[in-house]
Design a binder for this molecule. Structure first.
Ligand code: DP6
Length: 323
Protein backbone atom coordinates (compact mmCIF):
# COMPACT_ATOMS: atom_id res chain seq x y z
CA UNK A 1 0.00 0.00 0.00
CA UNK A 2 1.26 3.49 -0.91
CA UNK A 3 1.94 5.48 2.22
CA UNK A 4 2.95 8.74 0.63
CA UNK A 5 1.62 10.55 -2.39
CA UNK A 6 2.06 13.93 -4.04
CA UNK A 7 -0.63 15.75 -5.99
CA UNK A 8 -0.85 18.97 -7.98
CA UNK A 9 -3.98 21.10 -8.28
CA UNK A 10 -4.78 24.47 -9.81
CA UNK A 11 -7.17 27.12 -8.56
CA UNK A 12 -10.46 27.80 -10.28
CA UNK A 13 -12.40 31.00 -10.64
CA UNK A 14 -16.17 30.85 -10.35
CA UNK A 15 -18.21 32.75 -12.94
CA UNK A 16 -21.36 31.77 -11.09
CA UNK A 17 -20.36 32.05 -7.45
CA UNK A 18 -20.77 29.70 -4.56
CA UNK A 19 -21.62 31.85 -1.54
CA UNK A 20 -23.44 30.32 1.43
CA UNK A 21 -23.80 26.87 2.93
CA UNK A 22 -26.86 24.78 3.63
CA UNK A 23 -24.83 22.75 6.17
CA UNK A 24 -21.54 24.01 7.52
CA UNK A 25 -20.35 20.75 9.10
CA UNK A 26 -20.98 18.70 5.98
CA UNK A 27 -19.92 21.56 3.69
CA UNK A 28 -23.08 21.55 1.60
CA UNK A 29 -23.29 24.54 -0.75
CA UNK A 30 -26.58 26.44 -0.77
CA UNK A 31 -26.22 27.44 -4.44
CA UNK A 32 -24.91 25.92 -7.66
CA UNK A 33 -21.65 27.30 -9.02
CA UNK A 34 -19.80 27.24 -12.32
CA UNK A 35 -16.09 27.77 -12.78
CA UNK A 36 -13.00 27.66 -14.93
CA UNK A 37 -9.97 25.82 -13.59
CA UNK A 38 -6.83 27.82 -14.37
CA UNK A 39 -3.38 26.87 -15.64
CA UNK A 40 -1.52 29.16 -13.20
CA UNK A 41 -0.74 29.18 -9.46
CA UNK A 42 -0.59 25.41 -8.82
CA UNK A 43 -0.47 23.92 -5.34
CA UNK A 44 1.68 20.83 -4.76
CA UNK A 45 0.86 18.73 -1.71
CA UNK A 46 2.52 15.63 -0.31
CA UNK A 47 0.76 13.46 2.26
CA UNK A 48 2.89 10.97 4.15
CA UNK A 49 1.50 8.61 6.77
CA UNK A 50 3.45 8.63 10.03
CA UNK A 51 1.97 5.76 12.07
CA UNK A 52 4.34 6.35 15.01
CA UNK A 53 3.61 10.05 15.42
CA UNK A 54 1.22 11.46 17.98
CA UNK A 55 -0.45 14.10 15.81
CA UNK A 56 -0.73 15.42 12.29
CA UNK A 57 1.87 17.91 11.08
CA UNK A 58 1.00 20.54 8.50
CA UNK A 59 3.69 22.46 6.64
CA UNK A 60 2.75 25.41 4.47
CA UNK A 61 5.53 26.50 2.13
CA UNK A 62 8.01 24.72 4.39
CA UNK A 63 6.85 26.32 7.66
CA UNK A 64 4.49 24.91 10.29
CA UNK A 65 0.94 26.09 9.56
CA UNK A 66 -1.02 28.12 12.11
CA UNK A 67 -3.34 26.38 14.58
CA UNK A 68 -6.52 27.01 12.62
CA UNK A 69 -5.14 25.70 9.33
CA UNK A 70 -3.66 22.66 11.08
CA UNK A 71 -7.05 21.91 12.65
CA UNK A 72 -8.84 22.27 9.33
CA UNK A 73 -6.40 19.87 7.65
CA UNK A 74 -6.54 17.41 10.59
CA UNK A 75 -10.35 17.38 10.42
CA UNK A 76 -10.05 16.61 6.72
CA UNK A 77 -7.54 13.81 7.40
CA UNK A 78 -10.06 12.35 9.87
CA UNK A 79 -12.36 11.71 6.90
CA UNK A 80 -9.57 9.76 5.18
CA UNK A 81 -8.74 7.83 8.34
CA UNK A 82 -12.38 6.88 8.81
CA UNK A 83 -12.88 5.80 5.21
CA UNK A 84 -9.64 3.82 4.97
CA UNK A 85 -9.88 2.42 8.46
CA UNK A 86 -6.29 3.51 9.02
CA UNK A 87 -5.90 5.61 12.14
CA UNK A 88 -2.39 6.87 11.25
CA UNK A 89 -1.45 10.55 11.63
CA UNK A 90 0.14 12.20 8.62
CA UNK A 91 2.54 14.91 7.56
CA UNK A 92 1.02 17.24 5.00
CA UNK A 93 3.52 19.35 3.09
CA UNK A 94 1.87 21.99 0.89
CA UNK A 95 3.51 24.42 -1.45
CA UNK A 96 1.49 27.22 -2.99
CA UNK A 97 2.61 29.41 -5.85
CA UNK A 98 -0.10 31.89 -4.97
CA UNK A 99 -0.36 33.94 -1.77
CA UNK A 100 -2.48 31.99 0.72
CA UNK A 101 -5.75 33.49 1.92
CA UNK A 102 -5.73 36.48 -0.45
CA UNK A 103 -8.88 35.61 -2.35
CA UNK A 104 -6.87 33.98 -5.10
CA UNK A 105 -8.41 30.57 -4.58
CA UNK A 106 -5.58 28.96 -2.60
CA UNK A 107 -8.09 26.91 -0.60
CA UNK A 108 -9.55 25.51 -3.85
CA UNK A 109 -6.20 24.28 -5.16
CA UNK A 110 -5.08 23.40 -1.63
CA UNK A 111 -7.92 21.07 -0.71
CA UNK A 112 -8.13 19.59 -4.21
CA UNK A 113 -4.45 18.65 -3.99
CA UNK A 114 -4.92 17.38 -0.43
CA UNK A 115 -7.89 15.23 -1.45
CA UNK A 116 -6.04 13.60 -4.34
CA UNK A 117 -2.75 13.08 -2.44
CA UNK A 118 -4.53 12.07 0.77
CA UNK A 119 -6.78 9.51 -0.92
CA UNK A 120 -3.74 7.89 -2.56
CA UNK A 121 -1.62 7.93 0.62
CA UNK A 122 -4.43 6.31 2.62
CA UNK A 123 -4.91 3.69 -0.13
CA UNK A 124 -8.40 4.80 -1.21
CA UNK A 125 -9.33 4.22 -4.83
CA UNK A 126 -11.78 7.02 -5.57
CA UNK A 127 -13.25 8.08 -8.89
CA UNK A 128 -13.44 11.76 -9.93
CA UNK A 129 -16.92 12.24 -8.45
CA UNK A 130 -15.81 10.81 -5.11
CA UNK A 131 -12.63 12.90 -5.18
CA UNK A 132 -14.69 16.00 -5.86
CA UNK A 133 -17.06 15.22 -2.98
CA UNK A 134 -14.07 14.60 -0.74
CA UNK A 135 -12.36 17.88 -1.74
CA UNK A 136 -15.63 19.70 -1.04
CA UNK A 137 -15.41 18.64 2.61
CA UNK A 138 -12.25 20.75 2.87
CA UNK A 139 -13.50 23.74 0.90
CA UNK A 140 -16.54 23.80 -1.37
CA UNK A 141 -14.67 25.61 -4.15
CA UNK A 142 -12.06 22.79 -4.08
CA UNK A 143 -14.68 20.38 -5.45
CA UNK A 144 -14.34 22.23 -8.78
CA UNK A 145 -10.52 22.10 -8.95
CA UNK A 146 -10.74 18.32 -9.23
CA UNK A 147 -12.15 18.97 -12.72
CA UNK A 148 -10.18 20.27 -15.74
CA UNK A 149 -11.40 23.43 -17.45
CA UNK A 150 -15.07 24.22 -17.01
CA UNK A 151 -16.90 22.69 -14.07
CA UNK A 152 -20.31 22.90 -12.54
CA UNK A 153 -20.90 22.16 -8.86
CA UNK A 154 -24.45 21.37 -7.83
CA UNK A 155 -25.88 22.50 -4.54
CA UNK A 156 -27.35 20.20 -1.93
CA UNK A 157 -26.49 16.94 -0.17
CA UNK A 158 -23.69 14.91 -1.75
CA UNK A 159 -22.67 17.90 -3.88
CA UNK A 160 -19.83 17.37 -6.33
CA UNK A 161 -18.48 19.08 -9.41
CA UNK A 162 -18.59 17.64 -12.88
CA UNK A 163 -17.09 18.69 -16.19
CA UNK A 164 -19.06 21.06 -18.35
CA UNK A 165 -18.25 20.52 -22.02
CA UNK A 166 -17.53 23.94 -23.55
CA UNK A 167 -16.27 24.55 -27.05
CA UNK A 168 -16.44 27.50 -29.37
CA UNK A 169 -14.91 30.00 -27.00
CA UNK A 170 -11.24 30.54 -26.29
CA UNK A 171 -11.21 32.35 -22.96
CA UNK A 172 -8.45 33.90 -20.91
CA UNK A 173 -8.58 35.23 -17.38
CA UNK A 174 -6.35 38.23 -16.70
CA UNK A 175 -5.71 38.40 -12.96
CA UNK A 176 -4.81 41.72 -11.34
CA UNK A 177 -3.18 41.11 -7.97
CA UNK A 178 -3.98 44.35 -6.18
CA UNK A 179 -3.21 43.02 -2.73
CA UNK A 180 -1.61 39.69 -1.97
CA UNK A 181 -2.00 40.03 1.80
CA UNK A 182 -4.26 37.70 3.79
CA UNK A 183 -7.83 38.95 4.01
CA UNK A 184 -9.25 40.49 7.16
CA UNK A 185 -12.14 38.04 7.31
CA UNK A 186 -12.09 34.50 5.92
CA UNK A 187 -14.54 33.64 3.16
CA UNK A 188 -16.06 31.09 5.51
CA UNK A 189 -16.81 33.62 8.23
CA UNK A 190 -17.96 36.19 5.70
CA UNK A 191 -20.39 33.83 4.01
CA UNK A 192 -21.78 32.74 7.37
CA UNK A 193 -22.41 36.35 8.33
CA UNK A 194 -23.96 37.06 4.94
CA UNK A 195 -26.40 34.15 5.04
CA UNK A 196 -27.33 34.90 8.64
CA UNK A 197 -27.75 38.68 8.43
CA UNK A 198 -27.96 40.00 4.86
CA UNK A 199 -31.49 40.83 3.70
CA UNK A 200 -30.19 40.58 0.12
CA UNK A 201 -28.87 37.03 0.33
CA UNK A 202 -32.00 35.09 -0.62
CA UNK A 203 -32.72 37.39 -3.54
CA UNK A 204 -29.21 36.88 -4.89
CA UNK A 205 -29.39 33.09 -4.41
CA UNK A 206 -32.61 33.04 -6.44
CA UNK A 207 -31.25 35.28 -9.18
CA UNK A 208 -28.14 33.11 -9.28
CA UNK A 209 -30.28 30.19 -10.50
CA UNK A 210 -31.37 32.29 -13.44
CA UNK A 211 -27.76 33.37 -14.00
CA UNK A 212 -26.67 29.73 -14.12
CA UNK A 213 -29.32 28.73 -16.66
CA UNK A 214 -28.49 31.72 -18.85
CA UNK A 215 -24.76 31.15 -18.48
CA UNK A 216 -25.11 27.53 -19.63
CA UNK A 217 -27.03 28.68 -22.68
CA UNK A 218 -24.39 31.34 -23.41
CA UNK A 219 -21.60 28.76 -23.09
CA UNK A 220 -23.50 26.35 -25.36
CA UNK A 221 -23.78 28.99 -28.03
CA UNK A 222 -20.15 30.10 -27.60
CA UNK A 223 -21.18 33.64 -26.71
CA UNK A 224 -18.28 34.95 -24.60
CA UNK A 225 -19.79 38.41 -24.25
CA UNK A 226 -22.96 37.00 -22.75
CA UNK A 227 -20.90 34.71 -20.48
CA UNK A 228 -18.95 37.74 -19.29
CA UNK A 229 -22.01 39.89 -18.69
CA UNK A 230 -23.64 37.20 -16.59
CA UNK A 231 -20.42 36.49 -14.65
CA UNK A 232 -19.97 40.16 -13.84
CA UNK A 233 -23.51 40.69 -12.62
CA UNK A 234 -23.39 37.48 -10.57
CA UNK A 235 -20.18 38.58 -8.82
CA UNK A 236 -21.39 42.13 -8.18
CA UNK A 237 -24.61 40.68 -6.77
CA UNK A 238 -22.64 38.44 -4.43
CA UNK A 239 -20.65 41.44 -3.19
CA UNK A 240 -23.90 43.36 -2.74
CA UNK A 241 -25.14 40.63 -0.37
CA UNK A 242 -21.97 41.12 1.68
CA UNK A 243 -22.24 44.91 1.73
CA UNK A 244 -25.72 44.49 3.18
CA UNK A 245 -24.55 42.05 5.88
CA UNK A 246 -24.52 43.28 9.48
CA UNK A 247 -21.83 44.33 10.05
CA UNK A 248 -20.93 44.79 6.38
CA UNK A 249 -18.29 42.64 4.72
CA UNK A 250 -16.39 44.66 2.17
CA UNK A 251 -13.65 42.97 0.18
CA UNK A 252 -13.67 45.48 -2.68
CA UNK A 253 -11.02 48.19 -2.30
CA UNK A 254 -10.74 51.56 -4.02
CA UNK A 255 -8.22 50.02 -6.43
CA UNK A 256 -10.78 47.31 -7.27
CA UNK A 257 -13.25 49.96 -8.42
CA UNK A 258 -10.55 51.68 -10.47
CA UNK A 259 -9.93 48.41 -12.30
CA UNK A 260 -13.69 47.93 -12.79
CA UNK A 261 -13.85 51.38 -14.41
CA UNK A 262 -11.01 50.45 -16.74
CA UNK A 263 -12.80 47.23 -17.69
CA UNK A 264 -15.88 49.28 -18.60
CA UNK A 265 -13.72 51.60 -20.70
CA UNK A 266 -12.19 48.64 -22.50
CA UNK A 267 -15.69 47.44 -23.37
CA UNK A 268 -16.56 50.93 -24.55
CA UNK A 269 -13.52 50.78 -26.80
CA UNK A 270 -14.71 47.52 -28.32
CA UNK A 271 -12.61 45.04 -26.31
CA UNK A 272 -14.89 42.50 -24.61
CA UNK A 273 -13.69 42.22 -21.01
CA UNK A 274 -15.70 41.33 -17.91
CA UNK A 275 -14.70 41.36 -14.24
CA UNK A 276 -15.24 38.97 -11.37
CA UNK A 277 -14.06 39.26 -7.76
CA UNK A 278 -13.96 36.78 -4.90
CA UNK A 279 -13.25 37.13 -1.19
CA UNK A 280 -10.61 39.79 -1.70
CA UNK A 281 -9.88 42.98 -3.66
CA UNK A 282 -8.22 41.26 -6.62
CA UNK A 283 -9.92 41.36 -10.01
CA UNK A 284 -10.06 38.59 -12.57
CA UNK A 285 -10.95 39.77 -16.04
CA UNK A 286 -12.51 37.35 -18.49
CA UNK A 287 -11.75 38.06 -22.13
CA UNK A 288 -10.99 36.35 -25.41
CA UNK A 289 -7.60 34.71 -25.49
CA UNK A 290 -6.72 36.83 -28.53
CA UNK A 291 -7.41 40.02 -26.52
CA UNK A 292 -5.56 38.94 -23.35
CA UNK A 293 -2.42 40.93 -24.09
CA UNK A 294 -4.36 44.11 -24.86
CA UNK A 295 -6.36 43.68 -21.65
CA UNK A 296 -3.25 42.94 -19.58
CA UNK A 297 -1.48 46.04 -20.93
CA UNK A 298 -4.46 48.27 -20.19
CA UNK A 299 -4.69 46.92 -16.66
CA UNK A 300 -0.96 47.26 -16.11
CA UNK A 301 -1.27 50.96 -16.82
CA UNK A 302 -4.26 51.21 -14.47
CA UNK A 303 -2.66 49.29 -11.60
CA UNK A 304 1.05 50.15 -11.86
CA UNK A 305 3.33 47.87 -9.90
CA UNK A 306 0.66 45.21 -9.39
CA UNK A 307 1.38 41.74 -10.73
CA UNK A 308 -0.81 40.81 -13.69
CA UNK A 309 -1.07 37.15 -14.61
CA UNK A 310 -2.87 35.77 -17.63
CA UNK A 311 -4.45 32.35 -17.16
CA UNK A 312 -6.15 29.96 -19.52
CA UNK A 313 -8.07 26.73 -18.92
CA UNK A 314 -6.05 24.40 -16.73
CA UNK A 315 -5.84 20.72 -15.83
CA UNK A 316 -7.65 18.66 -13.20
CA UNK A 317 -6.06 17.90 -9.84
CA UNK A 318 -3.85 14.85 -10.29
CA UNK A 319 -1.15 12.73 -8.71
CA UNK A 320 2.32 14.06 -9.47
CA UNK A 321 3.26 10.90 -11.33
CA UNK A 322 0.23 11.20 -13.63
CA UNK A 323 0.33 13.31 -16.77
C1 DP6 B 1 -16.09 33.86 -3.22
O1 DP6 B 1 -14.68 27.59 -1.03
O2 DP6 B 1 -13.11 29.26 0.05
O3 DP6 B 1 -14.47 32.29 -3.94
O4 DP6 B 1 -16.27 26.35 1.43
O5 DP6 B 1 -15.95 27.83 3.39
O6 DP6 B 1 -13.98 26.78 2.32
P1 DP6 B 1 -15.37 27.31 2.12
O7 DP6 B 1 -15.24 28.61 1.19
P2 DP6 B 1 -14.50 28.79 -0.19
O8 DP6 B 1 -15.36 30.01 -0.78
C2 DP6 B 1 -15.19 30.47 -2.06
C3 DP6 B 1 -16.09 31.59 -2.29
C4 DP6 B 1 -15.82 32.40 -3.54
C5 DP6 B 1 -16.75 31.99 -4.68
C6 DP6 B 1 -16.43 30.69 -5.37
O9 DP6 B 1 -15.28 30.30 -5.49
O10 DP6 B 1 -17.41 30.09 -5.86
Amino acid sequence: MTEAATAIAHPNIALIKYWGKADERLMIPAVDSLSMTLDVFPTTTTVRLTPGAGTDTVLLDGRPADGETTKRVATFLDLLRERSNRPAPAVVDTRNTVPTGAGLASSASGFAALAVAGAAAFGLDLDRTELSRLARRGSVSAARSVIAGWAICHRGTGAFAEPLPVSGIDPAMVIVVLNAGAKAISSRGAMRRTTETSPLYQAWAESSRVDLAEMRAALDSGDLDRVGEIAERNALGMHATMLAARPAVRYLAPATLTVLDRVLQLRGAGVPAYATMDAGPNVKVLCRSADAQTVAEALRATAPGCPIVTARCGPAARLAAER
